[in-house]
Design a protein around this ligand. Sequence first.
Ligand SMILES: C[S@@+](CC[C@H](N)C(=O)[O-])C[C@H]1O[C@@H](n2cnc3c(N)ncnc32)[C@H](O)[C@@H]1O
Length: 231
Amino acid sequence: MGKIINCNKSVDVGINGLCTQCGTIHNLKLFPQTENDVKINFNNMREYKKAEKIAGYGNKSDRSKGDFYPTPSFVLFPILEKENFEGTILEPCCGEGHISKELLSKGFDVTSRDLFDRGYGETGIDFLFMPQPKTFDNIITNPPYNLALEFAQTSLMVAKKKVALLMKINFLEGVKRKTFLENSPLKYVYVFSKRQTLTRPDWEGKNKGFITYAWFVWEIGYEGETIIKWL
Ligand SMILES: C[S@@+](CC[C@H](N)C(=O)[O-])C[C@H]1O[C@@H](n2cnc3c(N)ncnc32)[C@H](O)[C@@H]1O
């Protein structure tokens, strides 16, 4: 929370650094005048950096806005064949609704939301901002990759039964993620034996698989070892 000084005027920013008025990131100009201003602006810079990350505007200029890589049905269906999802489902970052539409067509009770308006679901909702604990039975999504850990942590707060996240296999590595994974009810990692390609909507290259993805499935209350399976 705080203020960003934007072209001589101040705008309020939420905890994620996005403007509370319009939900976008404003150009940051720093005008430190007093010691207090310096402190405020230091916080703003951190918020701004975080907002850049959320919006996917980071260093990689070719990154799709909000890390938007839609999930094809052939990547979703294998997990629906392996896992049962009883009750309500939240798709918290639905994009254009690729996952949600398939789930609805199979008769699931689905709520779809996204931070960005891509013409589907309830929009302008930051899943990571003030999550409401235990409000949906299940969460199924393909989260933005630059916020994968944050999405996994928040999903476990929000879901009552299961969380299924499509992520790169290398989510398994990393010191921070090790601590999280070891202390979470991660039941299955379903690894795609064939590499998959999830492309940006504007991608015009050849559609060859080059990334190893997996469905990570958490079951709330599970205390056993994580089991690896192959799709
Ligand atoms: C990898 S895409 C996946 C889209 C969709 N889940 C699918 O599988 O087709 C990630 C989506 O996360 C959304 N997103 C990014 N940050 C978000 C946030 N903090 N809260 C909600 N949605 C967010 C993006 O707008 C984008 O649509």
